[in-house]
Design a protein around this ligand. Structure first.
Ligand SMILES: Nc1ncnc2c1ncn2[C@@H]1O[C@H](COP(=O)(O)OP(=O)(O)OP(=O)(O)O)[C@@H](O)[C@H]1O
Ligand SMILES: [Mg+2]
Length: 495
């Protein structure tokens, strides 16, 4: 879905030539979409004539009555059989709810199949009632590519004094990735108006605007992650795997003929470092981190979820290279296929959209999904081809606990690290997750702080002993996960 726009042209061309009667283009960039349509129409043999309709202007030929959706479809019906044409209907989606219009569109669709004529509905939202679903083919219109943005910016910045260093203009284009051209234009103009010249503050403004756009969309968030692989104690198998994949996440690897890595799924109980690993992955790949809130995505109004899922995918693709972090994927798709009631299959469709994309994507969007509970996950997700690898993160082993202690003590007391008895602590922390070990250290710091002295090994030991690790109450869950991983369903993240 939504590969870069030369691919969009190819897809549109294919659909038109294959005789799909009604295409539905989801986009808020009508002008750019119509440009693409015209380009495709002009390149076809015979060339297609392009008609554009909207409810205010009709077909622009002064026939006011044709401003109504019914008469518009009449006009399409009355096109001469032999004329090769593409008819663009702007914002036609609300009318599809009218059963008379829906019926008429289906009649027209049947006619068009036999002619060299195609209807393209352009709409910012995806609203296709089930009644016409069979006759309409949905195409996603991708956000502008790097090159398209660069071209638009150079037009926009002509004659503007630039104080950017050479590398920074690339940063400006990257900052713009994931937004529509019109929004890019607006925010850059605004930034220029404020600063008077093109400088770093303009880039910051673009980034801020993008952050807010994402936040408004409600399902994607831009994360500033500073954690890197050195912040992860243990998990050597996972780290080694990530380092190898990081090499494959490069232009050099593309030229070598390797596909872009798809991503990985991390499964394990709470506090074992799944989220931490997702963040470190973005750092390792040196790309932005986008977090998808699956709960919010599924919780959007019925029907809207589907639009949002496609929009989310378009944004992630436009921002490529990027890491898309699907946190707690089990929460969003819990029990899919068994007990979804009352949402008329929306959840299943959203899940289908996501999974098809994961399977087919060729772009540099590296997916890192995390889950606590494997039973809640639909089995399709675990099938080959969705992820490059599935990792099970178990509770840390003795040597891993030592490393985790070292990471966190170094963070807080680098100069006193040698005073701590890491072996004794690692031994005592059996059954504790990384998060719980970190908490033990923090608790000990409170104790020392209160007593106005440095905290010691002894303090940490006491604090660990006083807390009850989750593993004690979750033993059954852990055993189930271990059995699942041992059955060859996942690789273990420790070495
Ligand atoms: N292997 C580890 N090395 C170092 N720190 C760790 C490790 N595992 C967990 N931590 C610490 O615990 C914190 C919480 O871990 P994290 O959020 O990654 O857990 P999680 O597996 O995502 O848990 P949840 O299932 O609850 O989301 C981390 O930010 C980190 O400080
Ligand atoms: Mg987490």
């Amino acid at each position: 879905m939504s590969p870069p726009s030369s691919d969009f042209r190819t897809r549109l061309d294919l659909h038109v030539r294959a005789g799909y009667p009604v295409l539905y283009l989801v986009t808020s960039e009508e002008a750019r979409a119509e440009e693409e349509i015209r380009a495709v129409a002009a390149a076809l043999r015979p060339e297609r004539r392009v008609y554009v309709w909207d409810v205010v202007r009709g077909f622009g030929d002064g026939a006011a009555v044709r401003g109504l959706p019914g008469p518009a479809l009449d006009c399409v019906e009355k096109l001469p059989d032999g004329e090769a044409a593409i008819v663009v209907l702007r914002d036609f989606h609300p009318y599809l709810r009218d059963h008379q219009i829906a019926r008429q569109l289906r009649n027209v669709a049947a006619l068009l199949r036999a002619r060299r004529q195609t209807v393209v509905i352009c709409a910012p939202l995806l609203e296709v009632p089930a009644t016409v679903g069979e006759d309409i083919t949905i195409l996603d219109f991708p956000l502008p590519t790097y090159d398209q943005i660069a071209t638009r910016l150079s037009g926009l910045l002509e004659g503007v004094e630039s104080r950017l260093e050479s590398g920074a203009s690339e940063a400006l284009v990257k900052a713009c990735q994931g937004m529509t051209l019109s929004r890019i234009e607006r925010v850059v103009r605004m930034g220029l108006a404020a600063a008077g010249v093109l400088d770093e503050t303009v880039i910051d403004q673009v980034l801020e605007e993008k952050r807010q756009t994402l936040r408004r969309s409600g399902v994607l968030e831009f994360i500033n992650a500073e954690e890197n692989l050195d912040d992860i104690g243990g998990l050597r198998g996972l780290k080694a795997w990530l380092e190898r994949r990081a090499l494959a996440f490069s232009e050099r690897a593309r030229r070598y003929g390797l596909p872009n890595p798809k991503g990985l799924l991390l499964v394990g109980i709470q506090g074992t470092g799944k989220s931490l690993s997702a963040k470190a992955t973005a750092q390792l790949l040196r790309v932005p981190l986008l977090r998808l809130d699956v709960g919010r995505l599924m919780g959007s109004l019925v029907g809207e979820s589907e639009s949002r899922a496609r929009e989310m995918i378009a944004v992630a693709e436009a921002m490529a290279p990027t890491v898309l972090w699907i946190d707690e994927i089990d929460k969003g798709f819990r029990g899919l296929g068994s007990t979804f009631v009352g949402d008329s299959g929306t959840s299943a469709r959203v899940f289908g959209t996501l999974i098809t994309w994961m399977q087919e994507k060729t772009s540099a969007v590296f997916v890192v999904a995390t889950a606590n509970n494997i039973e809640a996950l639909p089995p399709e997700l675990l099938r080959k081809g969705r992820f490059d690898e599935i990792f099970f993160i178990d509770l840390p082993t003795l040597s891993e606990r030592r490393e985790i202690l070292e990471v966190h003590l170094t963070k807080r007391r680098e100069h006193r690290l040698r005073e701590f008895d890491l072996d004794a602590l690692a031994e005592a922390a059996e059954g504790y997750s990384g998060a719980e070990i970190e908490q033990g250290i923090l608790d000990a710091m409170y104790v020392g702080f209160e007593a106005r002295r440095e905290f010691t090994t002894e303090d940490v030991l006491v604090c660990l002993a006083e807390s009850v690790p989750l593993s004690r109450t979750k033993q059954a869950d852990i055993d189930a996960l271990r059995a699942w991983a041992a059955a060859g369903k996942a690789r273990t993240a420790s070495s």
